[in-house]
Design a protein around this ligand. Structure first.
Ligand code: FE
Length: 237
């Protein structure tokens, strides 16, 4: 089996949000797709370990915020690499509560859908929630983020609970493919917490780090843009 073939499937990047009583939670997902148009129905795959899974099972509602291409990595990291069991992800977010009662993240979203669960399928580590769309709205004309753009241009990784997660040893088999040659010789560094790769050629513009900045020259206050781990949690690739 060639895992690279599976990786050719195209996705977007979304925040799936739900509620349990008065508590809100949301998480990044790439596995969202429309199933029917009459009535509009979508499916999303959520890891059973995630708090959002528990919330959707309880409330039977969820929202999908479709992220734009310009969504910054710290914003994605807040929803993708942190658990709502440890922090309130909505604390400093611009969001609203929709007609289904589900919270809807508005920051960096080009549009959103609100859904009521009509069917649930157990697929081992994950559950597929099928939802009928009860409301949908556009928020901007910006281009939606594709999962390929998130991974290749923004340097994003999948957390271990993502359906598309690949263990690092398998990932290496895949990257035997020719690498783009870089003019500057500065080394890339990888976050051992979340797998984010700091590429000196790209810098970290979201955190004010200009392209061409070697890892060694990053200020000590710099943290991983995805999971907020300090510089000491990085290793040379
Ligand atoms: Fe990280």
């Amino acid at each position: 089996m060639n895992i690279r073939a599976i990786q050719q499937i195209c996705y977007g990047l979304y925040i799936i949000s739900s509620r349990k009583g008065e508590k809100f939670n949301g998480q990044i997902a790439n596995t969202v797709f429309q199933i029917t148009s009459e009535p509009p129905t979508v499916a999303v795959s959520i890891n059973k370990q995630n708090l959002t899974h528990e919330f959707i099972q309880e409330s039977r509602v969820f929202s999908i915020s479709i992220l734009g291409k310009e969504a910054p990595m710290p914003f994605i990291g807040n929803f993708g690499f942190k658990s709502g069991r440890e922090l309130d992800k909505f604390k400093e977010m611009n969001f609203k509560v929709g007609i289904t009662g589900a919270p809807i993240v508005l920051d960096n979203a080009v549009g959103y859908l609100e859904c009521e669960v009509i069917s649930v399928t157990d697929v081992g580590t994950h559950t597929i929630f099928i939802g009928q769309v009860k409301e949908s709205e556009m928020l901007s004309d910006a281009e939606p983020m594709s999962y390929a753009y998130y991974r290749e241009i923004k340097g994003g990784k999948s957390p271990k609970t993502a359906p598309t997660y690949i263990a690092p040893e398998k990932e290496q088999e895949k990257t035997v493919a020719p690498e783009k040659t870089k003019a500057a010789g500065a080394a890339k560094y990888s976050c051992i917490v979340c797998g984010y790769v700091y590429d000196p050629d790209a810098g970290d513009p979201d955190s004010g780090i200009a392209p061409g900045t070697p890892f060694e020259d990053l200020p000590d206050t710099w943290v991983c843009p995805t999971c907020s781990a300090p510089k000491s949690e990085f290793e040379k690739i």
